[in-house]
Design a protein. Structure first.
Length: 422
């Protein structure tokens, strides 16, 4: 079936690019840990008539008429999100993760207030207060780090010391390049001790939490969770803010998202979120989430065998951050490029206190959400890790790289993207 029948007839330039991307995704291995393949049902919702509709406001309280169906769809998304994450309030309107985090800060803070978040090179995210972001003009960000990058353990004593000194209003957990579990109880206890909100950006592991393969921070007392919906959760590109039980916090968040920052919500994407959340509530999603972890462990074992240093010493979630410069003398940028040549897509990444620059760092980051959707189990995941290492060790050997490219193609043929996700 041609998903792009009308684009093909009408716009050859865009059609060719879409076809190219379809082929790239089909014939290559996607290891970027924040990417996935969404179901056809999710894509249908994204391409639905709801893209035509303005719906400023919230269900039952809109500014424009004609909302009988948008209200149904948004309410379904909210109810399913609450059930998935076991909380009392959900705002499903944020356009993505960064807008969700910005709205969160403005909802809970006054200009000048302080947030205690994870250092970017230790696994945090730009929106957790990196100086290149505009939020740092409004709020003050202080940092915590790992005590030892080779175990991944957070330095909770130092975190408490900084919290007592800086008196943050938000203690922020969450990461985009950290492979170990956090001690949620410690985060909450530090937040309580200094009178801060305990917030976590669960974007990377939302699907693991929803699939009960990772602990839910709400169970340890976190007040608010922010997330994207398009990573392990396997939904459309978008964001969401969840509040455990405080109606006061939830109201502040709603007001900040709209009218504070956003105009009309993207109702087509909200419909797609509803569909994706429905999929995540299905028992098969638990199997999927558990397999993501098993596959990451299988890759970890291979890297251990090749003595490749992993930040955190390995992985307890869906991703691995490997110090390829330290282990193999190849920079993250060079590794990304050479792996692209053989059809393995991942991203260069800073490692803790990286002496190199962000555009050419020491590490690579990769993970298993997309290959798991493809049906890979431990055996295939381990083979992918072997191919990855072999490629890096043979970066100047064209014949070897050609051979690996062929094997990647064969693996992709043996495990085509399942029909449900095409
Ligand atoms: N760009 C996302 C990631 O790859 O983790 C985070 O925003």
């Amino acid at each position: 079936m041609n998903f792009y029948e009308h684009i093909q007839k009408q716009d050859k330039e865009v059609f060719d690019a879409l076809e190219g991307e379809e082929q790239r995704e089909a014939e290559g291995l996607e290891l970027i840990p924040s990417e996935n393949y969404v179901s056809r049902a999710v894509r249908e919702a994204m391409g639905s008539v709801l893209t035509n509709k303005y719906s400023e406001g919230y269900p039952g309280k809109r500014y424009y008429g004609g909302q009988e169906f948008t209200d149904v769809v948004e309410t379904i998304a909210i109810e399913r999100a609450k059930k998935l994450f076991n909380c009392q309030f959900a705002n499903v309107q944020p356009l993505s993760g960064a807008p969700a985090n910005v709205a969160l800060y403005f909802a809970l803070l006054e200009p000048g207030d302080t947030v205690l978040g994870m250092d970017l090179s230790h696994g945090g995210h730009l929106t957790h207060g990196h100086p290149v972001t505009y939020i740092t003009k409004f709020f003050n960000f202080v940092r915590y780090k790992m005590k030892d990058p080779d175990t991944g353990e957070i330095d909770y004593d130092e975190m408490l010391r900084v919290a007592k000194e800086a008196k943050p209003k938000i203690v922020l957990a969450g990461f985009s390049a950290y492979s170990r579990e956090l001690d949620y109880k410690k985060f909450v206890s530090i937040a309580r001790e200094v009178g801060a909100y305990a917030v976590m950006d669960i974007a990377h592991i939302a699907g693991l939490i929803a699939g009960r393969a990772a602990k839910n921070p709400f169970d340890s007392g976190f007040d608010v969770l922010t997330t994207t919906t398009h990573k392990t959760l396997r939904g459309p590109r978008g964001g969401m803010i969840l509040t455990r039980e405080s109606e006061d916090i939830a109201k502040k968040i709603d007001k900040t998202v709209f009218p504070g920052f956003q105009g009309g919500p993207h109702m087509n994407n909200i419909a797609a979120k509803a569909v994706a959340f429905g999929e995540a509530l299905h028992p098969s999603f638990k199997t999927y989430a558990a397999q993501i972890l098993k596959n990451a462990k299988a890759m970890e074992e291979v890297l251990h065998r090749h003595s490749i240093r992993m930040i955190g010493g390995g992985t307890s979630n869906h991703l691995i951050l490997a110090d390829v410069h330290g282990s193999l003398g190849i920079s993250g940028k060079e590794a990304e490029t050479v792996l692209d040549e053989v059809g393995i897509t991942l991203n260069k990444n800073m490692i803790a206190d990286d002496p190199r620059k962000p555009m050419d760092p020491s590490g690579i980051r990769f993970g298993t959400p997309a290959i798991t959707t493809r049906g890979f189990k431990e055996k295939e995941s381990a083979r992918v890790a072997e191919l990855l290492v072999e490629t890096l060790k043979n970066k100047d050997n064209d014949a070897k790289k050609k051979e690996i490219r062929e094997e990647v193609r064969t693996l992709c043929k043996q495990f085509p993207i399942p029909e449900q996700f095409l």
